[in-house]
Design a binder for this molecule. Sequence first.
Ligand code: MRU
Length: 350
Amino acid sequence: MNIETIRWRDNHIELIDQTKLPEKLVFLKCRDIKSLHDAIKMLKVRGAPAIGIAAALGAYLGIKNFKGGITGFEKQLNGVIKYIGSSRPTAVNLFWALERMKSVFDKNKKYPVEKIKKLLFEETTAIIEEDKITTRRMASYGVSLIKNNDSILTHCNAGALATFDYGTALGVLYKAREDKKRFRVFFDETRPLLQGARLTAWELLRHKIDATLICDNMAAVVMRKGLVNKVFVGADRIAANGDVANKIGTYSVACLARLHKIPFYVVAPVSTFDMSLESGATIPIEFRKPHELIWIKGIQVAPKDIKVYNPAFDVTPNELVSAIVTDAGIFRPPYKKSLLKVKEFKLNQL
Ligand code: MRU
């Protein structure tokens, strides 16, 4: 049942082209870093943990054919890391994975280049294996928050497609299903790029979960009518005070959840925390091109020359977050205090 979103195959990166879903399940081969950069930028591969994996594999792809000495190798690796780092700014997993690759180099630069290449490849495998473990660990913590007859709202796609093969917020739902809990799901279409309607729908159907699509402006009514009693979302970057950057629209859902007294849960691995940021105010937010609002899947829906405001993410203030489910456990407010354990966990991983 599980799908692998992205993997190394022979001498290239193979990934599910998520822009083609749900109509077609197409695998894209990236044989150079330009095509990998394009795949990340165009959201062919997307979701914070998945783009972390893409970045690590991309760093390896960019140096695997290098011939020469250590100085040239370091220069090439730094160039590749900088280039991949310029693809998308918000999900911290991308930079976390690139830093891991750089630190493998830094710790091993005394060795021959071919050996360092091998160690860099091993790091990509470690990042993937850790994703498999952390997603399942989050799910086993998060499942305690789901009770029989719950009805859960989710936003964007925080499933297998956003990770290696299981998911963050949706991973919790998959675990609840494995544990034979009875629940249903409502999910937002998630304009402008419809990660909910296209990707979450595709995944939930595959998992045979009772799921209902709504458009983004229906969340209030669904809550008011008592059709949902919990919200689960993923995250792209979480600051030290628990402010959460996630897909645009998440903040509105959190505000609505508070108004309707519905718990709002965030599910994210420790790699999504950026403890260097005191609050969400300094999380870099990606702004995307106007055509994403003017066109929907090739159909023009607004005048070409209209002004467009298109931030891809928003920041939900920590006071609206009931709990954050991570691979290090479940954290509750006050986050400044409780998330110190995440800092400790991260330091122990170094
Ligand atoms: O622009 P996207 O599709 O990459 O945005 C993805 C999200 O906002 C997800 O909710 C987030 O990465 C968490 S997924 C595990």
